[in-house]
Every structure is written in structure tokens, then in C-alpha cells.
Write a protein that binds this ligand. Structure first.
Ligand code: HEM
Length: 481
């Protein structure tokens, strides 16, 4: 066993050494890479990039090395963008070459090969982008407002009857909206099959190895090695999750097909496209696999992000009661004591709008977004950015930029009334910008407006009556919940 290890190690080390030597020669003819911290030989920054809360690590790096930072791990380059300017200049203005995604075997083995967020830039990407853009355009999302308003009312009822379980109710709100729009499914009980499938997939997504930075993704040959071979666990784990992910794609597809056959199917993304497929057959631009993949993307990208944003909002309201009081005063002045907000009220609630923006800025739901991949060598402000680099827009660094925001760590919606800019990047950049952003914006707005109109959000009290303030503690990982 030791010999096998030694051979694999020597093979990799000599490959990397050769790669480094070739690069040293090439690098003499081009501008320098962006600055970054000192690295170890061969493994680069592997030891210093934390597996948790990398957004904070990147933010600290930006304070020392500037808004564009270079790191490398085992020969792969990573570029971290910590200012809105750099993110716009590269990911927006040069999006023709900055819109690829890195391939991840761990995600493919799990069954996410038709998920828009993980598609490489190219024909399939454009096809899936069109599929989602059409269904979640600004105009189309107007037609989902009644569903969101109805679920927001249901959220209030659930909060009233069981306030301690507020986080479950927030999750239920985000899930219910997505299930209705995606599959036309209404959740009526906690034993719902869709809920169970979704919870199982949620488990797989949070427990799988971090895509891109596990041994199987870093050394692709590992996926072909037997499961007893050290370091292959991410592949074994992904394979074991596959049936759960497949069920999430297949079950609603078959269920809605059955409902269509007996005429009980409700309007939804899946219904619309199944109908198209049934009418036009192979002429239809999307295959069954495309449609299943898109429903999976809508669910998996749409539920936790809205839920996280609402959890972050609740935390802010508990920690900043004066902000809450001011937003409630604005609502009361517009609506009086017994009316709940409607979407039409939104333009007349400017402070509430600032609260929404500050929720996105203060602690973003996806603090490092989803990394892009650069398709060609590029030069930016005299720095060389190599083809194949993973490019991370560190939204956390962007929204905490002290050159842009005074006291950036404070939750202070008034900053926008004083002229500080609305946050950018919470929905990503360029051709990869979140296709669900219009749905997300209105969903988060109606939920927070309704909760502020109906309740005072306060911390739980200890036995002696003193309030127990929560700590600002965010789950590590892609999502900042
Ligand atoms: C507050 C809620 C949400 C936040 C903060 C959010 C944020 C993001 C971010 C940062 C990205 C990466 C963009 C990039 O690579 O530059 C993204 C991508 C994506 N989002 Fe959202 N999102 C939210 C809600 C939704 C919803 C409701 C849906 C579904 C309807 C959705 C579907 C997607 C998809 C499919 C992608 C992948 C796009 C691509 O790779 O081209 N998101 N989102």
C-alpha cells in the first residue's frame, strides 16, 4: 500500500514540478500575476485556504493585497475579486471569457449534470439559460406574486401559532413558493412526499465534499480507483447520493405526467414544458433530461437562498431593534394598524427598501457566490490572469469595502439615504447572474414586509426575564445561513 502511495505521490510531484518549470519560462514574457500571500512549493496555498468561512479569509487577504488576489493550489490558479469595480470589469464587461464553470466530478457523480449552475459555458449552457430566463423574466415573475403573497400570509399564521419554530416556518415559506411554481404542488402537511424528497436532497448537498477542492476533483483519476483506495471517499459518497438526486428529478416528472393524464395538473414550470414536449415531441427544443435538470436547478438554487436571506433578516431585527421600530413606523403610517402590505405598497415604503438592501449587504446568503472559470488568458490593470483560473467574486469582501461603506459591519439601512450605493453581487455577475433574482427579490420583500407589519421580532427571554441576544454566527460553506 505504501509503495502505491509513494508512486502516485512521485508521479504527481514530478508532473507539478515540470508544470512549474514550464510556467517559470513562460512567465518571464508576460505581466506579473496579481499579488497574493507566500505559497508552499508544489501545493501552493493549500494549507492556508480554510475549508470553512473562506469568505472571511479572502476579505482579510484583500485588506493586505488589494482588490485582486492570486492564490494557487496544486497547480490550479484562483483569482479572488474583492471590489465591485474589479468584479464588474471582469465578470460583467468581459463576460464572454469569464462565464465558464469548473468541472466537478463529485457533482456529476451525484447526478447534477443537467444543473444550470454547473454547466460549462457553451451550447447547453445557453439552452438551459434560455429555459430559465423565459420562465423567470421580470414580467413572468409578476404572475407569481399572488402565490408569494398567499404563502407570506400562511407564514404569518405559522409564526403566530408557533413562534419558537420561526426558522422552520421560513424554510416552509421558501419551499412552498418554489414547489408551487416549479411543480404546481401545494404542501398541506408535514408528511408530504415532495418535502421528504427535498429534505433528503438537502442533506446530500450539505454533506457532499466541497466541489472543486476535494481530492477527487483535484486529481480526476481518483474517481476510477476502487473505493478502498485512500482519498476516494468523495466519489463513493457522491455515488451513494445519486439515487436521492435522481428521485428528485424523476418523481415530480412522473407525478405531473400522471396528473396531466387525468386533468388535475396545475400550471407550473414542469407542466408548461411537459405539455410542450408532449405536443411537439422531438421538435420541442428541450428534452426530458433538460426539463428534469432545470426543475432540479430551480429547487436546489431557489429554496435555501431565500430561506437564508430571511434568517439573516430575523437576526438583524433582533440585534437592531431601532431599525425594526423605524421600518414598522413607516408601515403603520402607510397601512394603519390592521392592514397587511401588498406588492403595490412597495414604492411607498422607501425605508423598508433600505432594510431589504441592507439584509443583502450585511451578511450575504452566498458570500462567495458560485465561482466562474476564465476561458482565455487575460490582462487586467497590468496583471496577468491565466486561462483556466477559478475566479471568485467575494461578495462579502465587496459589501464590506470600507472605501464604499462607513462602518460596514453595522446593520444600518440609513446608509442608503445618506447616499451610499446599494450592494452589488448578491445575485452574481455577467452571463451567470442568478436567473431567479426577480422571484427572489419579491419573495424576500413580501415576507419581511408582512412579518414587520404583523409582529415585533425580539430575542427569547431567560427565566429572569432578561433578553438572550443571539450571536452573529453563520454556517460555513457556500451558503451563509
Ligand atoms: C435570495 C435568493 C437568491 C440569491 C441570493 C441567489 C444568488 C445567486 C448567486 C450569487 C448565483 C451565482 C451567480 C454567478 O455565478 O455569478 C446564483 C446562480 C443561480 N441561481 Fe440564484 N439566488 C437566489 C435565488 C434563486 C432562485 C429563487 C432561483 C430559481 C428560480 C435561483 C436559481 C439560480 C440558478 C439556476 C443559478 C445558476 C445560474 C448559472 O450558472 O448560469 N436563484 N444565484
Amino acid at each position: 500500500m505504501l509503495e502505491v502511495f509513494l508512486i502516485v505521490f512521485l508521479f504527481l510531484a514530478s508532473g507539478l514540478l515540470l508544470w512549474r518549470l514550464t510556467n517559470i519560462k513562460r512567465s518571464q514574457d508576460r505581466p506579473p500575476l496579481p499579488p497574493g500571500p507566500p505559497a508552499d512549493p508544489i501545493i501552493g496555498h493549500l494549507r492556508i485556504i480554510p475549508s470553512e468561512h473562506s469568505d472571511r479569509f479572502f476579505y482579510e487577504l484583500s485588506r493586505k493585497y488589494g482588490s485582486v488576489v492570486h492564490l494557487h493550489v496544486l497547480g490550479s490558479n484562483m483569482i479572488v475579486l474583492n471590489s465591485a469595480q474589479a468584479a464588474f470589469d471582469l465578470l460583467d464587461k468581459r463576460s464572454a471569457i469569464y462565464s465558464d464553470r469548473a468541472h466537478s466530478d463529485v457533482l456529476m457523480l451525484m447526478g447534477w449534470s443537467h444543473h444550470l449552475a454547473f454547466l460549462r459555458y457553451g451550447k447547453r449552457f445557453h439552452k438551459h439559460r434560455k429555459l430559465l430566463n423565459e420562465y423567470f423574466s421580470h414580467e413572468k415573475c409578476e404572475s407569481y406574486l399572488p402565490v408569494q403573497a398567499l404563502e407570506a400570509r400562511r407564514l404569518l399564521g405559522n409564526l403566530l401559532s408557533n413562534p419558537e419554530k420561526f426558522n422552520d416556518h421560513l424554510e416552509w415559506f421558501s419551499t412552498s413558493v418554489i414547489l408551487r411554481i416549479n411543480y404546481g404542488h401545494e404542501v398541506v402537511s408535514e408528511n408530504d412526499t415532495y418535502l421528504k424528497i427535498i429534505a433528503d436532497v438537502g442533506y446530500c448537498v450539505t454533506h457532499c465534499a466541497t466541489p472543486g477542492s476535494n481530492l477527487v476533483d483535484l486529481i480526476p483519476i481518483m474517481k476510477y480507483l476502487p473505493s478502498w483506495f485512500p482519498g476516494t471517499y468523495p466519489a463513493t459518497q457522491s455515488r451513494s447520493y445519486r439515487p436521492t438526486v435522481d428521485l428528485m428529478h424523476d418523481y415530480p416528472f412522473e407525478d405531473v405526467k400522471k396528473q396531466m393524464a387525468v386533468g388535475t395538473a396545475k400550471d407550473s414550470f414542469l407542466f408548461t414544458h411537459l405539455e410542450g414536449l408532449q405536443c411537439e415531441g422531438s421538435e420541442y427544443p428541450y428534452t426530458a433530461e433538460d426539463i428534469k435538470g432545470a426543475t432540479g436547478a430551480i429547487y436546489s438554487a431557489g429554496v435555501d437562498t431565500i430561506w437564508s436571506s430571511l434568517s439573516i433578516f430575523i437576526l438583524a431585527m433582533v440585534l437592531y431593534p431601532s431599525v425594526q421600530a423605524r421600518a414598522q413606523k413607516e408601515l403603520d403610517e402607510l397601512l394603519g394598524p390592521s392592514q397587511l402590505p401588498e406588492f403595490d405598497d412597495r414604492p411607498h415604503l422607501p425605508y423598508l427598501e433600505c432594510v431589504l438592501q441592507e439584509t443583502y449587504r450585511w451578511n450575504n446568503a452566498l458570500p462567495i457566490g458560485v465561482p466562474h472559470r476564465l476561458m482565455e488568458d487575460d490582462i487586467y490593470n497590468g496583471m496577468f490572469i491565466p486561462k483556466g483560473s477559478t475566479v471568485i467574486a467575494n461578495t462579502r469582501g465587496i459589501t464590506l469595502d470600507e472605501d464604499v461603506y462607513q462602518e460596514p459591519h453595522a446593520f444600518d439601512p440609513s446608509r442608503y439615504l445618506r447616499g451610499e450605493p446599494h450592494p452589488v453581487g448578491q445575485f452574481g455577475f455577467g452571463r451567470r447572474i442568478c436567473p431567479g433574482r426577480h422571484l427572489a427579490e419579491s419573495g424576500v420583500w413580501i415576507a419581511i414586509a408582512s412579518m414587520l407589519a404583523a409582529f415585533r421580532i425580539s430575542p427569547v427571554k431567560a427565566e429572569d426575564g432578561t433578553p438572550v441576544l443571539p450571536r452573529e454566527n453563520f454556517c460555513p460553506g457556500l451558503q451563509g445561513k
